[in-house]
Design a protein around this ligand. Structure first.
Ligand code: HEC
Length: 141
């Protein structure tokens, strides 16, 4: 289990919820990202033992991410700006790479097994790594 991936993501998902954008495109992409944040709080909380393992809840969180991941490219396509946006201009300069990273996340979600706590923990590295790899390049701190 790679806790170093899990902890920053959980911190990020709670810290980032404070600001509200007004641009509709920015709102839409932030709302999509919040779905990932919420799902990762569940999965990461279980993986860290902060929350009791519940296969049904883990499967629901996985399903939410599996539905959200293919929507990333379309939702980020408009180069909308907003003072509350943390999206970096590099996204639209390297849009192919950005969408490749969205696909990496989609693959990590598909590979996540939610049947047992061990399975969940085994998938956390790839999952957290996919979030972090994109944020590192394309999201302001
Ligand atoms: C393909 C790139 C990419 C991937 C993969 C990705 N993100 Fe993001 N995420 C972004 C960008 C860019 C932003 C900033 C959006 C903005 O503010 O306009 C963001 C913002 C966020 C936010 C802040 C949303 C808000 O309230 O403003 C959270 C939470 C978040 N991501 C969680 C996650 C989690 C958890 C994962 C993995 C399960 C993930 N993201 C995967 C690109 C990505």
């Amino acid at each position: 289990m790679r806790l170093r991936y899990i902890i920053p993501i959980i911190a990020l998902s709670t810290a980032a919820i404070a600001a509200d954008a007004t641009d509709p495109y920015v709102k839409a992409r932030q709302a999509l990202m919040k779905e990932f944040g919420g799902a990762m709080q569940v999965i990461g909380g279980m993986a860290q033992g902060k929350m009791a393992f519940d296969a049904e809840k883990a499967a629901m969180a996985k399903a939410a991410m599996a539905a959200a991941a293919p929507r990333i490219p379309a939702v980020f396509e408009p180069q909308a700006t907003d003072p509350e946006s943390e999206a970096l201009p590099a996204i639209w300069e390297n849009y192919d790479d950005f969408t490749t990273r969205a696909m990496t996340l989609e693959t990590a979600v598909a590979g996540l097994e939610t049947g047992s706590l061990d399975d969940l923990r085994a998938g956390m590295g790839a999952l957290g790594g996919a979030c972090g790899a994109c944020h590192k390049l394309y999201k302001a701190d």
